[in-house]
Ligand binder design. Structure first.
Ligand SMILES: [Zn+2]
Length: 385
């Protein structure tokens, strides 16, 4: 790629310098030069600029072999926030530029809460996090649904009906006085894995989130694949059973009618003796080990059946799972998922794909927090970490 635009080249190089500091700090100027292959003068200019902007600070001194002292650099204490809006709760994290979670906060509300309740929860979380450190560099908000990123309007949110048709950018900007970034839930979870999780070392991978629905985020060449209209990844509506269970999308036999949180709650309730609405409240002693495993194996196999299409078409190196259903079953569900994939996809592809359960804490809110980070560390269209 030949870049003629000087300010664009400068922006890319500055992001590269920032990223080397992110991965290696505390770090010396000479090491940054070696890592980025930029000349000493450019490094000096960038570092002076970053020190002036108080993004970077000196962090102690060292001596080289000849006894000459040199200083080390690291990021100053600057913060961003991520807030995730779920159908039944809102969760936020405050992180530094390295991705360390400095504070987190969660507020529950009833399923299908109205817009005022949800806004109050988002606002409270924002203030709660801000009382620890102000997220000066921005706030990311993620939520499930068909979100139009150009207009900021939630076109349809089946699981949070009170957000449907709402311009969420305008609504949240009324009380968030820092730069605001939006993204759809599964895609922001994919970003969390890309920055901090199992996706860190892969160019291409997918993230599957199994909660109220089954969503997917696709990372290709270190950037999100969004598709036309930005709605790629609706794996939950892959039909796995012709004429099967009726789905909220209007079709029959969609994956999420067999493998989402409501489907699993229903299956476990049928075996168990007590009713519950969400998997985090599932009383494990209410059903036998055998019935519990039967449900897990069925759900896992169904997931694999739906994902076989993804494996056939994309052949991702890695699939990373998260969400309420995965939180319940843990890594034990990967065996039936693997079986479902193997039986329903071509061998050559299935053999390439590894399956993992996410190891990130608060992955949903963390994903939202990567949005303002990307605004600092990446150059859209040119440089992705
Ligand atoms: Zn459907």
């Amino acid at each position: 790629m030949k870049l003629r635009n000087h300010s664009l080249i400068k922006r890319i190089n500055r992001s590269r310098v920032m990223n080397v500091i992110r991965v290696n700090s505390p770090i010396a100027r000479s090491e940054i030069a070696a890592e980025t292959q930029l000349d000493r003068k450019s490094i000096t200019n960038f570092i002076t600029e970053l020190l002036d902007e108080k993004l970077v600070i000196e962090s102690g001194r060292k001596e080289n072999i000849s006894g000459r002292p040199y200083s080390l650099l690291k990021f100053a204490d600057n913060f961003v926030a991520g807030i995730y809006i779920a159908p039944h709760l809102c969760r936020g994290v405050l992180i530094d530029f390295y991705g360390n979670i400095i504070a987190s906060h969660e507020i529950e509300y009833p399923l299908y809460a109205d817009l005022t309740t949800i806004c109050r929860a988002v606002e409270n979380i924002y203030h709660e996090l801000g009382s620890v450190h102000v997220p000066e560099f921005g706030v990311g908000i993620s939520m499930p649904g068909s979100l139009n990123l150009q207009t900021g309007t939630m076109e349809e949110a089946v699981n949070i009906p009170s957000l449907s048709g709402v311009n969420v950018r305008k609504t949240f900007s009324a009380f968030i006085d820092k730069p605001l970034f939006l993204e759809e839930e599964s895609r922001s979870i994919a970003l969390a894995e890309k920055w901090f999780g199992k996706g860190r070392n892969h160019d291409d991978f997918v993230v599957v989130e199994v909660s109220a629905g089954v969503g997917m985020g696709i990372v290709a060449g270190r950037r999100l694949f969004k598709g036309a209209g930005q709605y790629a990844g609706e794996v939950g509506h892959v039909v796995i059973e012709p004429d099967g269970r009726r789905c909220r999308c209007g079709n029959k036999g969609c994956l999420e009618t067999y493998a989402s949180e409501p489907a699993v709650v229903k299956a476990l309730s049928e075996y168990g003796k007590c009713g519950f609405e969400r998997l985090r409240y599932f009383p494990k002693n209410s059903i036998s080990r055998k019935d519990y495993e039967r449900v897990m194996n069925e759900v896992g196999y169904r997931l694999g059946q739906g994902l076989a299409a993804v494996v056939n078409i994309l052949c991702p190196r890695t699939i990373i799972f998260s969400g309420a259903v995965i939180d319940l079953f843990g890594t034990a569900i990967l065996a039936p998922v693997r079986e479902g994939i193997n039986r329903n996809s071509v061998k050559s592809n299935a053999g390439q794909t590894e399956l993992f359960v996410s190891e990130l804490e608060h992955v949903d809110a963390l994903g939202a927090a990567t949005l303002p980070l990307a605004n600092i560390f990446e150059v859209p269209g040119y440089f992705y970490i």
